[in-house]
Design a protein around this ligand. Structure first.
Ligand SMILES: Cc1ncc(C[n+]2csc(CCOP(=O)(O)OP(=O)(O)O)c2C)c(N)n1
Ligand SMILES: [Mg+2]
Length: 339
């Protein structure tokens, strides 16, 4: 096992953990508006998967996307500033927690509508295939998403058109406060793949090396054979659904059991066993990361809010009244009804 790789995966996971712990503190201090959904406990999925693909491959994620953004783009300052709604944020402070974006790094969001991004991922993969480009799209989503109509539409088209997408289900056993067994008629989300059809694989989402290996294989197949796959990573979120959720619907024992399978601790254990690093060396990484997070908070705090004069920038609508506006005649009622 490559020493540098293991340490870099460790660092990436610690970055997400410490970033989000600090984000949670900032949230309670009223530094940001809207919701904040944390990925704490699920870090191995984003880090393992994104480390397994090329930097030119596309990433599409949910509202729990700070992790995927940090794993791909790694700019903590732009991430924290976005949470704080500042002009220096990765979406210029216009998106906030659920709408991180970085086109240059092919990080295609940050999507708040459950399932809405699955057809988008299929569309991106379609564009790659249509243009004859070698890129693969990774699409992350939760277990609850597997029951959404848009999810089935995206999966169905990906199978029909043999699109190079790796669908990655982050199965954390809950959609908001509802346990999976109350929403899903099957035990594993992965079996849904059979109906489209496409390949499937179930993996331990708390083992970053296992995730990396599975996604590496899946992405290679997508790239060389242009075939989609559904990978289901079993994992758990340690916090509530969002910051406003006290998570009373889970027993203390259940949470403790999963926290014993902390993905960061699992990798640390592997690192010790293989003699890659000792406790002091991992602590040094942690200390560096905490420093980086503190600098990101300072940067976000000191950054300006977006200038109101830029309100209409980057909006896909006319900011000036259209010249031909008076010529637009509404269709008569009956004609519209027929359409
Ligand atoms: C179309 C739509 N319906 C409902 C919601 C409200 N909502 C936000 S997250 C969520 C649960 C999604 O659960 P899951 O897909 O398992 O993802 P997780 O939050 O567990 O990562 C719901 C119902 C939404 N954002 N979009
Ligand atoms: Mg879930």
């Amino acid at each position: 096992m490559d020493r540098d790789l293991m340490l870099s995966l460790y660092r990436d996971m610690i970055c997400i953990r410490r970033f989000e712990e600090e984000a949670a503190r900032a949230y309670t201090r009223g530094k940001m508006g809207g919701f904040l959904h944390l990925y704490i406990g699920e870090e191995a999925v984003a880090v393992g998967a994104i480390s397994a693909v090329e930097p030119t491959d596309y990433i599409v994620a949910t509202y729990r996307e700070h992790a995927h953004y940090l794993a791909r783009v790694g700019d903590m300052k732009a991430a924290m500033a976005e949470l704080f709604g500042k002009a220096t944020g990765c979406s210029k402070g216009r998106g906030g927690s659920m709408h991180f974006f970085d086109m240059k790094k092919r990080f295609m969001g940050g999507h708040a509508i459950v399932g809405g991004h699955v057809p988008i991922a299929a569309g991106i993969a379609f564009a790659s295939k249509y243009r004859g480009e070698p890129d693969v799209t990774l699409c992350f989503f939760g277990d609850g998403t597997a029951n959404m109509g848009a999810f089935h539409e995206g999966m169905s088209l990906a199978a029909l058109w043999k699109l190079p997408v790796v669908f990655i289900c982050e199965n954390n056993l809950y959609s908001m406060g509802t346990p999976l067994y109350r929403t899903l008629a099957v035990e594993d989300v992965a079996v849904r793949a059979e109906g489209y059809p496409m390949a499937q694989e179930i993996i331990n989402g708390d083992d970053v090396l296992e995730v990396r290996e599975a996604v590496r294989r899946a992405a290679k197949r997508a790239r060389t054979e242009s075939l989609p796959i559904l990978v289901e990573a079993k994992t758990y979120r340690f916090r509530g659904h969002s910051m406003s959720d006290p998570a009373k619907y889970r027993t203390k024992e259940e949470v403790e059991e999963w926290m014993n399978r902390d993905p960061i601790r699992i990798l640390a254990q592997r690192i010790y066993e293989l003699g890659v690093a000792n406790e002091a060396q991992l602590k040094a990484i942690d200390d560096e990361v905490k420093q980086e997070v503190a600098e990101a908070v300072k940067f976000a705090d000191e950054s300006p809010v977006p200038d109101p004069a830029t309100l209409y920038d980057d909006v896909y609508s006319e900011t000036e009244p259209r010249q031909d506006e008076e010529k637009v005649v509404p269709l008569p009622r009956r004609a519209r009804a027929g359409g």
